[in-house]
Each structure stands twice: as structure tokens, then as C-alpha cells.
Design a protein. Structure first.
Length: 94
């Protein structure tokens, strides 16, 4: 693990999969909205923010639950960020 992903060691989902309490596919449901159990882990996870930032920072679309969000929600968040960045760069030019 690089220093950028050391937070992954503290992820609640990692512990659940390693100990066998939950199957790994819990975080990769066939339908985005069908992951309430995974999202419950995320709700109490100490590295939820880092996990979400990790998924949002990837150069490709990710499937599954990251930081308590599904791919549809992350798409919305990416879109908002792009709009905010665009507005900020416009203000800098003025």
C-alpha cells in the first residue's frame, strides 16, 4: 500500500470481508440502490471521506459502494465539482 491509500487499512468494509462477516460482493450489488447493508458499514466508518475522495479521484467510473455512495451518486458529485471548478476558473479570469 502506498502512503496515499494507508487509510484503506482502517476501512470498516475491509474488516468485515477479512473476518468473513460479510461477502465481498455486498459492496458491488447488481443494482445501485440495493446496498443498504454496505451503506450501514460506511455510515460508521472512520475513513468514509477518504474512501469517497478516492473513488471520485479515479480517472474512470467505479462500480460499487465507496464512501457510502453508489456510482449514480458519485456521478452527480463529479458533475457538481466540474461545475464549481469551471465557475472558479471563470472568476479568476475576470
Amino acid at each position: 500500500m502506498s502512503t496515499n491509500d494507508e487509510w484503506m487499512r482502517d476501512a470498516a468494509c475491509r474488516e468485515a470481508v477479512i473476518t468473513g462477516r460479510e461477502p465481498a460482493d455486498l459492496w458491488f450489488p447488481e443494482q445501485s440502490g440495493k446496498a443498504p447493508d454496505a451503506k450501514r458499514y460506511c455510515a460508521v466508518c472512520s475513513v468514509r471521506r477518504q474512501c469517497l475522495e478516492y473513488a471520485l479521484g479515479l480517472p474512470y467510473e467505479t462500480v460499487g459502494i465507496f464512501g457510502g455512495t453508489d456510482s449514480g451518486r458519485r456521478r452527480v458529485l463529479r458533475h457538481r465539482r466540474r461545475k464549481e471548478i469551471g465557475r472558479a476558473s471563470c472568476r479568476e479570469r475576470v
